[in-house]
Every structure is written in C-alpha cells, then in structure tokens.
Design a protein around this ligand. Sequence first.
Ligand code: KQY
Length: 364
Amino acid sequence: MKILHTTPAQDGFYMPAEFAPHEGCLMIWPERADSWQYGAYAARKAFLRVIETISESDSMTVLCSEGQYDNARAQLPDRVRLVVMETDDAWARDVGPTFVINGRGERRGIDWGFNAWGGDVDGLYPSWEKDNRVARKFCDLLNNDVYDKRNFICEGGSIHSDGEGTALVTEACLLSEGRNPDLTKTQIEQVLCDYMGVSKVIWLPRGIYNDETNEHVDNVCAFTAPGEVVLAWTDDETDPQYALSKASLDALEAATDAKGRRIKVHKLPLPKPVTITAEECDGLDLCDGEPTRTPGERLAASYVNFYIANEAVVMPAFGDPMDEKAQAILQELFPTRKVVAIAARDILIGGGNIHCVTQQIPKV
Ligand code: KQY
C-alpha cells in the first residue's frame, strides 16, 4: 500500500455514487458503553440485522475489538469477514476511508483527518486517535493505495457524491468551527473538488435539528440518481426542523449540478419527533469529557439515513406511522432494489443511523 500526496482529481480518480456497484461494505461492531445503552447489547442486535441484510448483496467486513471477537464471530453470518482492529466507536461512515476510483479499474482510499466531529471545540469524545487511524489501516487491509489528507477534517457522513461531478454538503457542518476553521468556504470547496473529483459543490445551509454531528448531509439529503435527491421533510411549520428543511429546499431548487441539470427533489417525510427516555439515558455509561444525553432530548431521527446496497436499500424504522410511507417512497425511487426497513432506535440513540455505521467499497 502506498501513501499518496497527490490528489485524486489530478490522478484521474473520483468518488462514485453510492448507487453505483459495490464490491463490499465496511462496518464496526459496537461496544462503547457511553454511546450505546446498557453495554451495547441492543445496539449489537440492530447492527446485526443491518449486517445480515447488506451482506446478502455486498461482501461485508466487520471490525471489532479483541475482546468482542468471539462474541461477534458467534453472531455474525459465516459470509461476513471479521477483523480485529482498534477503534474508538462504531461509525464506519465517518472513520473509514472515502473510496475513489478511476476508469481503469483502480480504487484508492482517502484518509481524512478525524477529530470526533469537532475536536476540542464541540467534539463528542475526549480522544479519537484510534478512529483517526482506521481509514489508513483498512486501505492497507484491502491493499488499496491511500491519499493522505489528514490535515483536513472531514467525515464520510458530511459528503455525498452523485458520481457525475457533483457533491452535496451542509454549511452547518463543513464550515463548523471545530473542523477546518483556518480555511475559507472557497478553500474548503477546492479541497472537496480535488479529493472527491467533483467540479460542483451544492451547499445546503442546514441539516437535521439537534444532529450532534453539526448536521451531516447524510441525515438530511441523499442522491437517489444523478440529478435527483431525497430531502427530509416536515409540513409542520411549528417544528424547528421546518425552517431547516425549507432552507435546503430553496437551495436545491436554485441549484444546478455539474452537468447543468436542475435537481429533482423528492420530499421524504420525517417521523414524529423521537426523544430519548429516562431509562435509555440511565443505560448510558459516562465518559469524562463526552456530552451527556438528557431525558426528553430530541434525537436526529430521519429516514434519509439509509444505505444503498447492491440489491437492497436498508432504511431505519422508528415504529412510527410514517415508516411505511417513507419505505413506499424509497421503493418507488429504487425500483431495482428491495427496500428493507430495520428497527433502528438503538442505533439512533448512539447519535446516527444506518448510513452512519456503513461505508461502501466501490466495485472496480
Ligand atoms: O455520523 C454520525 N451520525 C455519527 C454520530 C456520532 C455520535 C457520537 N455519539
């Protein structure tokens, strides 16, 4: 594995869309007791359902700690590859590499800097060094060369690509003080163009209300096809989310993509506000320096946080009447894939959802 100091764009590489074919998927077995209630037992069951579903069509690699190896191996299907690797938590989207490909059958990874969603400003863990080493180690495992971009803080959940030259991000996240405060918006956009291999960045102002990642794009908006997105939506103007979604809708309606197309926006309804219970809060251990949750706090629940596998779309369900409607909308948008809804409250309590705990490995 070579560590590269050029850029993907200058080498002819780009980030493909998630709906392009995958060779596989990366996930991490959860165990951190201050993220996952009651020792992560329920979270592991929810992750397992996600792993079982995705691994039907994407070849799955799961990372786990030495201490969890036997437990994970006993529960995971035989077709899943399990590898011991140290991590701080289980957010493969954010700590795994962002993969780029070229037209000659080659794939490389990008090793972004990771500082737990904001470092000393508003980061969510007191230390993140193990997570910050995952991208490079995973590229080594795949024998894929890796671009060193550790001087730029970026998480996989904060960027989307349509594979045709357009990136989607939120200002709330990419311009947050805890990531790259010394870079201007123009400089950040240039980094995205150089590393994602895009020529157009669409900036949404905001993401999902109370999203502790500073409003990652992957919880609010996602490409479903070139020129088409789903946007998390509520018609309830009294909900604080309304103004956030409306601002993103306005931005999308005013935008064109890298190919000059107007963006077709499909509204994906949000579930009713999901709040954490006192019992769930009681089940969380405390770790020095990590922000705590309080009973009644609103969680950043959104159906947009789905994963597009080769033959399935795996979406979160919240036991809400809107689950079925969201599933039907996604099924119409992905007619060649089966949309599978998985009860995801136990993932949401950790602060993200199915897209956040997965990272696709594009096929070359
Ligand atoms: O990508 C994500 N949504 C990760 C959230 C991490 C939260 C840590 N508690």
